[in-house]
Ligand binder design. Structure first.
Ligand code: ADP
Length: 270
């Protein structure tokens, strides 16, 4: 796409002084195309489970089913409704994140506590299928929203659980860097991601393996939620991965401050 922009002179104030309205058409076209893609993706994501559900409703209405068959159909219907609920929940989260430019800035959250909560959620999700640990050095605090920060870390842990076969390991780590920023890592020994996919992972609905993502309850929105939360908190996200060996997602938040209180050492999950 070539850059096309044009300018309109809105008002002239005399010699050399003009109010000019400049439009970058390419940018606008790109934004429009992205919006159209997004709506098409959402429609598709909703239509698929709806079609399946409609089929099951018809089956139940028209065929005499045994109690066992009925049970099985209801279970499949539940899976589809869960899938739509997860999608709507993620869409609302994204809309909220995109709608408000800044998180609440003046609350500080200890990283060790955030990680411990994410670890507990990960264990519940894994249900004993993985070895999960959380460890860190000196605790520090990040400014912002604990709900958002937890949803970012939780999404990474959820992915680690979903893309790591049974018996694999998931490690949550944190440390305070020399420059005072907070580093959080979620590493797994799962399926890994080929290099060519890495730059696109945080795009909405981008998936490396669509069927695996859907089977394990993925909405395709998790990492774009993570990216938004991290950006709103002034941080950065970085991924390293090797197919067949595992992935390591790293979040770095600036201006972390060391915890002052003595209780801090007790909060370390090391
Ligand atoms: P999804 O709901 O599909 O997991 P995400 O936005 O969370 O959506 O992730 C996008 C894609 O990145 C996933 O579909 C998956 O292919 C890949 N991915 C994310 N995390 C991991 C991981 N820990 N290991 C392997 N692949 C991953």
């Amino acid at each position: 796409l070539g850059r096309r922009s044009f300018s309109v002179i809105v008002r002239e104030y005399g010699e050399g002084l003009r109010l000019v309205l400049s439009l970058d058409v390419t940018e606008r076209e790109r934004a429009d195309a992205m919006r159209r893609d997004f709506v098409a993706n959402v429609s598709h994501e909703i239509r698929t489970p709806l079609t399946v559900l409609a089929g099951f409703v018809e089956t139940m209405a028209s065929l005499p089913l045994t109690p066992v068959e009925r049970e099985r159909v209801l279970k499949l219907m539940e899976q589809q409704t869960n899938r739509m609920q997860a999608l709507v929940a993620d869409l609302l989260t994204l809309a909220q994140l995109e709608g408000s430019p800044r998180p609440p800035p003046d609350r500080w959250w200890p990283v060790a506590t955030l990680l411990r909560r994410a670890e507990a959620d990960g264990r519940a999700l894994s249900a004993g299928r993985h070895e999960i640990s959380a460890a860190g050095g000196e605790d520090c605090e990040i400014a912002g929203s604990d709900t958002e920060l937890l949803s970012a870390i939780g999404n990474l842990v959820g992915n680690a659980v979903r893309y790591t076969p049974e018996g694999g390991r998931i490690d949550l780590r944190f440390r305070t860097r020399d420059d005072g920023s907070a580093e959080i890592e979620v590493a797994d020994t799962g399926v890994g991601i080929a290099r060519e996919h890495l730059p696109r992972l945080t795009e909405r609905f981008y998936r490396v393996d669509s069927s695996r993502s859907r089977e394990t309850g993925g909405t395709g929105l998790g990492l774009s939620i993570v990216k938004h939360v991290v950006q709103r908190h002034g941080g950065e996200i970085d991924v390293a991965s090797e197919p067949g060996r595992g992935s390591r997602f790293r979040l770095v938040f600036p201006a972390a401050r060391l915890r002052q209180r003595a209780a801090a050492s007790g909060a370390s999950t090391a």
